[in-house]
Design a protein. Structure first.
Length: 273
């Protein structure tokens, strides 16, 4: 058996639960996944992504997400496609044989017919490997069922993408967009409330100690309470265990990361009035 690099250890789908990640379909994970616990992945494909704490894919195994950084408390609906690979439109051919390498699409090149077209070892870097425009889904963003989000787009914190929307441009924080192409129809809250929410960044803090003291259906009272707690130093930063997961045949290799994907400065604890 080949020894694993330092810090890595092998786990299976069942033991991922103990690391704070629920994976309904193990074959959905490809490449590398960095995650803060807890997370719930019920997707068709999740390749080379990172997900913040409490993010979930309630997607009936039908959503595909590629090279995307998802914040905390993100919510991904069924049959969504986020950050899919793109093809060069100005090349002689837009087919993958022209712009990929066998190690990037190994399943395709397993067939001799495709392998005959494979670039040689001295062909240099592929076009696909040079495309580094990651997609970003912000904290507490909501992606409706059947949405399509173009690679490289940023969905702002608290934004909502309506079901079936095609998003080709960045979406401002706490905006609601719908349509094809998606356009802003309104904000979730007033400018003043949005400004306060972005200043608070509540997703960076542990809300569990305060769950019985606020009504999360009430925006202004909850916001004011948490602002007071932050000002007094009573809000404790959320510091979840964080891991890097690498998919491989028959299981996963996992290692603990030194710090969360998202973090804020720890403040001294006092009581919140």
């Amino acid at each position: 058996m080949t020894a694993l690099p330092a810090g890595l250890r092998s786990v299976n789908a069942q033991s991922l639960h103990d690391h704070g990640l629920i994976v309904r379909d193990p074959s959905a994970l490809a490449g590398t996944l960095r995650f803060e616990r807890p997370g719930w992945v019920f997707a068709h494909r999740l390749k080379n992504c990172s997900i913040g704490a409490f993010t979930f894919f309630n997607a009936a195994g039908k959503t595909s997400v590629y090279r995307t950084r998802l914040g905390r408390y993100s919510q991904i609906g069924e049959s969504s496609i986020i950050g899919p690979p793109e093809h060069p439109m100005d090349w002689f051919s837009s087919h993958p044989f022209a712009f990929t390498r066998p190690d990037e699409v190994p399943v395709m090149y397993e067939l001799d017919d495709f392998a005959r077209l494979a670039p040689t070892a001295d062909a240099g870097e592929s076009w696909a490997s040079q495309q580094v425009n990651d997609t970003v889904v912000g904290h507490e963003a909501y992606i409706g069922a059947g949405a399509f989000i173009k690679r490289g787009v940023t969905i702002g914190d608290g934004a909502v993408v309506g079901a079936g929307s095609i998003v080709t441009r960045d979406v401002p924080p706490f905006a609601i967009v719908v349509g094809s192409p998606a356009k802003v129809v309104r904000q979730r809250f007033s400018d003043a409330i949005v400004e306060r929410l972005l200043a608070l960044q509540w997703w960076n803090y542990d809300l569990a100690p305060w769950r019985d003291q606020v009504d999360f259906s009430e925006v202004e009272p909850t916001l004011e309470f948490l602002e007071d707690c932050l000002a007094s130093g009573a809000l404790e930063p959320l510091v979840p265990d964080t891991f890097e997961l690498r998919a491989r045949a028959g299981g996963y290799d996992i290692r603990r990361l030194e710090r969360p994907l998202y973090h804020t400065r720890r403040m001294p604890h006092t009581r919140c009035a």
